[in-house]
Ligand binder design. Structure first.
Ligand code: TXA
Ligand code: MG
Length: 316
């Protein structure tokens, strides 16, 4: 549990230019004052993140959205009414107030209002928008518990422990083109749900969006041991010292350990458990590698397979 006193203390750290890790509904974030370029630079150093990978700015009010963006867009208000607070990041033209380091020099900024009482209280108490990537080392597994943050990051001034996160995978990231949205990163909010509110663009993401979006980086979200996707890899080694990460099916061979992401194949449950189970298997010294069961690539399954493919990339 996080007390109001602890929120106040953490907000003081943010105001003084420090780093606070905090829970959101998706994954834990590593936060700093988004308007303070020196504080934001500490995020990149702490995560060992390349400076070409832009950060998401977290807000607690629509006033902060107006402060950070250049052009009012009726579609943003419509999306916000339905999906905020929630796991949707919208990439928008940035205002002059957003330091270049936040956006890696891009003219746009990714913004979201997280659906977590601790995150919202921290932003409000700090009195500034908070730039926060996932609180992991660059390219490694995303954190869904406070202990995952402590395991990877050692230069954080404070970690707010809000327990395990509910959604378990990072927010859906979209950009808005003149004729509609394009998805830059798949998440729990699907294109089909978004389409009920604004239309989908007939064009693809632009070159600049692709360079900035994590889809461009093929290896990501990786455990520190090999991960193979069952049936997509022809030559998986002897599985007797491996773990099977099941999406609902029984293990197809002899494995040392079997972990169920969901007993019933429920995709929300699979997403919520994905990084948590991968952390547990990463820490198990008796397991040499992980074999994951794929899910159907539709709806939320797109986001789950995106994370699995990137975790597995080097073993393709
Ligand atoms: O759920 C989440 O989104 C979590 C929590 C902490 O909010 N945050 C998160 O941040 O996943 P991060 O930095 O790990 O991933 C954000 C991704 C970046 O990799 C970046 O490529 C994309 O969002 N992004 C941010 N700003 C962008 C921009 N201006 N244009 C295109 N993509 C952008
Ligand atoms: Mg990340």
């Amino acid at each position: 549990m996080v007390s109001p006193q602890e929120i106040e203390q953490a907000a003081g750290i943010i105001r003084r230019g420090g780093l606070v890790a905090f829970p959101t509904e998706t994954v834990y974030g590593l936060g700093a004052n988004a308007l303070d370029p020196i504080a934001v630079a500490k995020i990149f150093a702490c995560k060992e993140r390349p400076s070409f990978d832009p950060l998401i700015v977290h807000i607690a009010s629509m006033d902060q959205l107006r402060q950070l963006t250049r052009l009012p867009d009726e579609r943003v208000a419509q999306l916000a009414r339905v999906f905020w607070p929630g796991p949707l990041t919208i990439v928008l033209p940035k205002s002059e107030q957003v330091p270049d380091i936040v956006t890696s020099g891009l003219d746009t900024v990714g913004i979201r209002m997280p659906d977590h009482p601790v995150a919202l209280a921290l932003i409000s108490a700090s009195g500034c928008p908070i730039a926060a990537p996932s609180a992991n080392k660059f390219g490694k597994l995303s954190p869904t518990k406070a202990e995952h943050v402590r395991k990877q990051l050692h230069l954080v001034d404070h970690v707010l422990d809000g327990g395990p996160t509910r959604v378990g995978i990072e927010s859906t990231v979209i950009a808005l083109h003149d004729d509609g949205f394009v998805v830059l990163r798949q998440g729990i909010i699907t294109a089909e749900e978004l389409e009920k509110v604004v239309s989908r663009s007939t064009s693809d993401s632009t070159r600049e969006e692709q360079i900035a979006s994590p889809g461009h980086i093929q290896s990501h979200y990786s455990p520190n041991k090999p991960l193979y996707i069952w049936r997509e890899y022809a030559d998986i080694p002897d599985t007797r010292n491996a773990a099977f990460l099941s999406a609902g099916s029984p293990a197809p061979a002899a494995f040392k350990r079997v972990e169920y992401l969901s007993e019933s194949g429920n995709l929300y449950e699979i997403a919520a458990n994905l990084f948590q189970k991968m952390h547990a298997l990463e820490e198990d010294g008796h397991i040499e590698f992980i074999v994951a069961e794929p899910v159907q690539e539709a709806g939320i399954g797109l986001a789950i397979m995106d994370r699995l493919r990137k975790a597995a990339f080097q073993y393709r």
